[in-house]
Design a protein around this ligand. Sequence first.
Ligand code: 13P
Length: 252
Amino acid sequence: MRSKIVAGNWKMNKTYQETKSFVKELTKEVKKVKLDNTRVIIAPSFTNLQKASKKTKGCKIEVAAQNMCAMESGAFTGEISASMIKNVHVDIVILGHSERREYFGETNESLAAKVNTALKNKLEVIFCFGEVLEDRKSKNHFKVVEEQIKEALFHLTSDDWKHIILAYEPVWAIGTGETASPEQAQEMHAFVRELVAERYISDVSEEVSILYGGSVKPANAKEIFSKEDVDGGLIGGAALKVDDFVALIKAI
Ligand code: 13P
């Protein structure tokens, strides 16, 4: 059975002190919740990964990095390698977020290389994809998403897919307050699962968790999470407050 996942992408938010107190409070709250098949993940900035991973040790909160260099090591000023992430006991990395694509020039091709490096280093990947508003308006959203997934992920083996989590994040819904309707999310998630089913054995498409991201908050989470092919959320703004984040965990 595929996992349900609530993941908080903190983006460029929270200092060291803020990370420490957030994690302290969150671990206390998460202990009170019956998680069953649900995974809880937080993705702080690089400078706070080590603190977060230490503080969450032994409790059911996992920690993810928000990005990673495709290169293993060397003269790449300012970059962080997969082994550096693993070295602070972090086993998950978010790749392909639309903000990385838009502001830092990441492409399906460069993301394929990052995915390879991550898997080689035994990092699990939360792979983000999603269309911009013009794509949806021109009814190109399925085509764009298909390309993003095929070009970055379809060279992988069925075994590799055990370490892939997908996250559909329509760019027009990120940080805008405008959420995709539960039906729009379900439609795209079902499309993606079918795409994966056509390329791989059915185990892969049935087992891969597909998260929705884009203005998810306690008020709309239940309805979105209730859709058959929506296995949880990748959350930005609402993941920055313990109360809201816990409400999202409970919603699932
Ligand atoms: P918001 O929840 O703030 O819209 O952000 C979504 C997101 O980009 C998560 O990666």
